[in-house]
Ligand binder design. Sequence first.
Ligand code: MN
Ligand code: MN
Length: 266
Amino acid sequence: MFKHVKDMEYTVHVDKPDPRFAVLLLEQFGGGNGELTAAMQYFSQSLGCNDPKIRDLLQDIAAEELSHLEMVGEALAMLIGPVDTLPQDFPDSHSALLGGGPLLINSGGAPWTANYINSNGDIFTDLSSNAGAELRAKLIYERLLQQTDDAGVKDMIRFLLSREESHNFSFMQAIETLKGTGVNKDFRDSDFSKKYMNMSTGQGDSRGPWNQGNEISYETDPNQKYGSPAQYGQDPNPNSNKEVAPGYNDKTRNNPNYNQPPQQTH
Ligand code: MN
Ligand code: MN
């Protein structure tokens, strides 16, 4: 059940209309990393989430993102100014012609779309998407901060980016509690999942924790070892578990010689 309270999560103050900045701020109203996207992503993920604790996390943050949408929308309305008397040089023609209120479009005028949403029904994957989404939201707010001198707007943006940091922290902590579950189960238990392929060869080959330590074997010249990239997918021995760990129980994976079981007939 949803209710609406006529208080803002944060009361927005805008000194004077600023249509140019309003168009930039639209990115966080109807853009791919904006507040509507965050709210819809976490809410739709929560509906398919069977872990009650994670469901609660998703619904708490989804509800807050709707509050952010309201704050950004109120700020936009004040920055745009009177909707029926937009100046002739108003920077967004779409808004100017359609009425000038905050539209669910991004800063380039493209309409909001559900294609922005990442919801895959695997909690580990979904929370990983969300942690990245919060970083993108924070980054855009940091860039928006550079584009206005309005003290009230700057203060609102600082509040919002602090909240996105908080959300990122919560999602990252939740991911830690889910190690070994969902898509993260069986993670890195095949030989191929512990290899680093040096596919871009020549000057500038570099090493770091992404390709050394942590049980990683560094294949200096994979083409020489495996023949060519096209051969990676073939098990050297179709009946061996050498490259694919037993837990997968998937003899079809990477095995062109696998004999399909006979079709069931009545
Ligand atoms: Mn937000
Ligand atoms: Mn957030």
